[in-house]
Design a protein around this ligand. Sequence first.
Ligand code: PEP
Length: 248
Amino acid sequence: MAQKIVAGNWKMNLESDEAFQLIDELNTELEESDVRVIVFPPSLYVLPLSKMNKGSYEVGVQNFYTAESGAYTGEIAIDQIKSVGGSIGLIGHSERREYFNETNAFLKEKVDVAIEKDFDFIFCCGEPLEIRESGKQADFVKLQLEESLFHLNAKQMEDVIIAYEPIWAIGTGVTATAEQAEMMHKDIRSWVADKFGQETADKVTILYGGSCKPGNAEELFSCANIDGGLIGGASLKSTDFSAIIKAF
Ligand code: PEP
């Protein structure tokens, strides 16, 4: 069975005192539940946030590099992240693809190193507005998955967490309707089933991301193929983030 996950991508927001306050609030507000809760702060804060953790969330990173160590100024390696308590990383967020030129081929390398290092990851995919308007969103997203994930074997694939994040819905306040999101999630699961078998497809977790907030989370999460959410803006307010988690 797929996992239930709500993850908060803080992006390049919050100074340290604000980050610590948000975590303090989450430590108070989050209740025991069967939802896996993950926060992705700027990597500077992974160590203190891991130390402040009372057990109701995991701490992840928004980015990591493919090399083991060495002369890669500004980059961080998976072993370093693990050594400060980080347990999971984002791969292929649209902002990394757009502003840092991360290609499907490079993201495939990240996927491979994460698997080799036994490091969980959320693989992000999603189409820009012009592709949605041309009606070619399914082909676009399928290619992202084929070029970065579909070389895996079924055992590796079943642990993969995919986040479908239509770029036109990220940070815009425009959410995909539950129907639009479910249609893409259903397609993603069926492509995984065609390639790896239905049993594997049923285990793959598929999150929705893009202006998800307390007011629309319940409708989105009640869709058959939506296993949770990757939340940007609304993860910066503890009341909104915990309300989204409770929407399950
Ligand atoms: C994101 O950046 O992953 C995201 C979903 O952002 P927002 O919720 O702000 O649209």
